[in-house]
Design a protein around this ligand. Sequence first.
Ligand SMILES: *[C@@H]1O[C@H](CO)[C@@H](O)[C@H](O)[C@H]1NC(C)=O
Ligand SMILES: *[C@@H]1O[C@H](CO)[C@@H](O)[C@H](O)[C@H]1NC(C)=O
Ligand SMILES: *[C@@H]1O[C@H](CO)[C@@H](O)[C@H](O)[C@H]1NC(C)=O
Ligand SMILES: *[C@@H]1O[C@H](CO)[C@@H](O)[C@H](O)[C@H]1NC(C)=O
Ligand SMILES: *[C@@H]1O[C@H](CO)[C@@H](O)[C@H](O)[C@H]1NC(C)=O
Length: 556
Amino acid sequence: MILFITLMMTSHCFLNGASAENMGLERIKKCSTKCSQGLGCKTKPDQLFPPPCQNPAADLNASPVFHNVSLSTVMSCEGRQKCSLHLRIKTVLQLTESIHGMTICTETAGMFTHCRILSFQKASRESMSGQKVEVEDDCTDIAPNQQVQIILKTFPDYCDITWTGTYDAPKCNNEDLRRHVSQCITGRLSYDVNPEKKELSVNVTDMLENHDYHLRLCHKHFICAGTGANALIKKEELVKRATLPYSRPLPCLCIEGWSAMIDAHRVRVCPFKDRLEELWLGINFDPLEEVLSWEPACPVAAAVALCQKREDGICEDLPLSSQNVSREKVTFTKVDPHPQLCMKFTAGSQSWIRCPFVDGRFQALEVAVKIQQGHREVKMLSQINATFSVGLCVKSATSPMCQTTETHYLRLEKHKSVGLNLTGELCKGNACLRIKRVDVKYAATDMHCFDKCDQSFLMLPATKQGTWALTWVIVPIGICLSAIITVALVLHVMLTVYQRRKERGNGGYCTSEKQTDSALNCVVPTIQTHPAHLGGVISAHSPQHGHTEKANLLSH
Ligand SMILES: *[C@@H]1O[C@H](CO)[C@@H](O)[C@H](O)[C@H]1NC(C)=O
Ligand SMILES: *[C@@H]1O[C@H](CO)[C@@H](O)[C@H](O)[C@H]1NC(C)=O
Ligand SMILES: *[C@@H]1O[C@H](CO)[C@@H](O)[C@H](O)[C@H]1NC(C)=O
Ligand SMILES: *[C@@H]1O[C@H](CO)[C@@H](O)[C@H](O)[C@H]1NC(C)=O
Ligand SMILES: *[C@@H]1O[C@H](CO)[C@@H](O)[C@H](O)[C@H]1NC(C)=O
């Protein structure tokens, strides 16, 4: 059981305004309208049909009427979870004889404009005419997350003497609202993951009192789409806990909770949001169309490329195979289902490799190596009709890169084996075959490298065979021969064991034809780079060339 304790809100819509998070709002008992000492003011509703604005009086042309307008939010509460928000408007007003009051209008998206008139008592406004007076009003109700447009006008309404501004009401992520404004109270979720049972046990705290509570699991795409797992915690239940089953720990799998009331805000927690590796499953291959595809189970910003996995584990990108992905299915057409051909997923700075063909199920090509009469014969057999390029390359002491000397193109028909006409070359040593399908868009390249097959020890050019060959060259012939015989006898026993083990392994298969023919065929899937050695080793039964091949095994 892994224990996760989460903070309440992780969904994106609640992440902004973090600075306001811990700021408590000013509380008021009752909304009010206040004017500077001496100026009597009272509010009255707007006229139903306000007259059109009039041209400003002569005393209004000199300077602006509204100064230093400030907007803020205050809260009034009738109970612990029953607070409401009010917009507080403060302004400094340049009072003149023609101004009898002011109008405050507010407008929210899709709603009618709502206005109230603050009228100044006649006696006080006349005595204070020409002065700057302060007006404060907090009787405009606002809702969390609302954007309000505010228009201040003079009363009577003089054209063009207005102040307009917009105000964003605090959002439900504000800690104060989250605790005390009912529509922002979402409850807090904490959970335990039981990976064996694939269950999430969810505890709910700080939920809206006297309301039932909903919980569900959903997959977050454009919206959060329910997975079907849900629970209702009744308000009477003392333990606010429920268990929800999940099928895969996907990064977009979220627990959502909300109070059973209209327009309730929801809390969303995504327990597996860091488990990106869960996404790199579900790679599909259509062997007839040779289409490799993958669809992200969750939206993800990643790059997908094809690559060939080398023996050292590094996966080399195939040229022009990279695609960007977010939500859509990714397809690669005409792909060679080679065991080393893999998909590389890169998200951020991390990469993951998935090799869908590693089991060799769809592998097209088998290369058989047979040694006969001092020649190495290479036969190719394909499970499907396919065209291959077969390059012969040679490694030299000066350049470790294999230099291609000739390239052939072979069209192989399904299940018809074809011999390679390069057999003479392959016995020179340091030669490799580079085989690749050319009738597909994305293919891996196989390398089959060979040792010499028809040389005797004493003829070995020391430079090519390294220290092992050198040692042998200086040993006198007599010692050499007796040593060879001893080694051969010991190795014969060892090799029989080795060969049997090899036959059992899934790396390839060998057909022994001891009864009829001393030559052995060893067929190895092309992923391996040692088939040539294996073929050579087993041909130890061949009388002429056994020693060399056994000795080769020793050196490995
Ligand atoms: C208006 O605001 C400015 C700058 O904040 C300040 O200097 C000025 O005193 C204020 N005016 C009134 C009447 O409060
Ligand atoms: C949930 O609540 C139970 C007791 O009601 C407690 O034992 C468990 O530890 C809680 N789990 C979490 C994740 O808070
Ligand atoms: C994928 O996205 C990266 C950056 O977002 C961009 O540089 C690259 O060109 C894109 N590749 C493709 C194949 O669209
Ligand atoms: C393979 O090729 C042969 C000859 O070209 C053809 O007769 C056969 O139908 C092909 N098989 C498939 C599966 O394409
Ligand atoms: C191999 O080459 C010989 C002559 O160079 C030719 O007669 C033979 O048909 C070739 N075999 C194959 C399988 O290409």
